[in-house]
Write a protein that binds this ligand. Sequence first.
Ligand SMILES: *Cc1c(COP(=O)(O)O)cnc(C)c1O
Length: 423
Amino acid sequence: MRQSTIIESPSTFSFTDNAFDTNSFNASVMNTYGRFPIAMEKGKGCRLWDTEGKEYLDFVAGIATCTLGHAHPALIDRVTQQIQKLHHVSNFYYIPEQGQLAQWLVEHSCADKVFFCNSGAEANEAAIKLVRKYAHTVLDFLEQPVILTAKSSFHGRTLATITATGQPKYQKGFEPLVDGFAYVPYNDITAVENAIADIDEGNRRVAAIMLEPLQGEGGVRPGELEYFLKLRKICDENNILLVFDEVQVGVGRTGKLWGYENLGVEPDIFTSAKGLAGGVPIGAMLCKDFCAVFEPGNHASTFGGNPLACASALAVLETIEQENLIHNAEARGEQLRVRLRAIANKYPQIFTEVRGWGLINGMEINADIPLNSIDIVKSAMKQGLLIAPAGSKVLRFVPPLIVSEAEINQAVDVLESVIAQMA
Ligand SMILES: *Cc1c(COP(=O)(O)O)cnc(C)c1O
């Protein structure tokens, strides 16, 4: 029998008392995250402070999201101005900020058209719907379009995007999954050729290949140039759309504005979200004119492209240009990798590889030892450094793009002392 219980809990959380009350939080917030027992209270630049006043160097950045760090004046000013003027209206009307943002994105990418939504998963959903619409209309022989995605990929948590995600752990318990997806190992061109040959039969055909230019969640695994060049050729020869999920790697993080610029190829469709508005929720699905086949009524989002989110993204993009943050991502990333490699070389029994582009970097832990990424993440947190796991065996470093040379050194110093204690 279902019972409704009234849980006695304080009506307000005290952020001034020393201990944050995790019990009353857990009494009402759904249990979907394995949270660390700390609560953040404020941030500035690459630093965060918890409710006990402890300071952290933030190399998580809300998972590659706080492009400008915390409390950046450019974002504060723009959000303040916009919310005082107009924060939300329906897409029934033209939204000037949305037009300006779309124009900036089109001028600074291979895309011609943009659709706005609120998250990475939603942007990928839009891309999946666009692929299907294109398959059903332009490639009108296609009744059963299939989208190939990569094993170890991550594309989000909606039903279609967990299906696109090539990791069974995200799909388990949510079956039946969505039809029309198949998986290939990443960076393996023969596997793509074989999959196309296997799948194509009558009305069932590969309509798109959807990949991350660098796999983020799946272990910070960069795409290989030669693989992507061949992939582009296969797509062109077979009328297959090439879709890139740039949700984590886009907006300057890799030391280029878009992740695909590291691979020498252009996608037909790509998605952006995390870092695009620096932590204000936004998602975008961008494509070339030839496949921009949505018509009025085909797709929509209530919040998508609202004035507040678009103004925030414009502030982020203008600041990236003004403060030369793409160059900073490249230089600081190089500095970080050199220092992480020195640690890996010093402790070869613990670390097997350091890899990444710009300011998305991973450090792989030896598969043969019991140590997991979460163990190091917890120890580093105690020492005041925030880093994120990317699966059980990879440490992920995704600081804000404003990170300084001194902050990189400080972070690696902390990591080094954490590892020295563990070794
Ligand atoms: C985070 C992420 C997503 C999902 O984004 P949400 O905003 O959490 O829906 C999709 N793809 C990639 C590559 C991501 O890193």
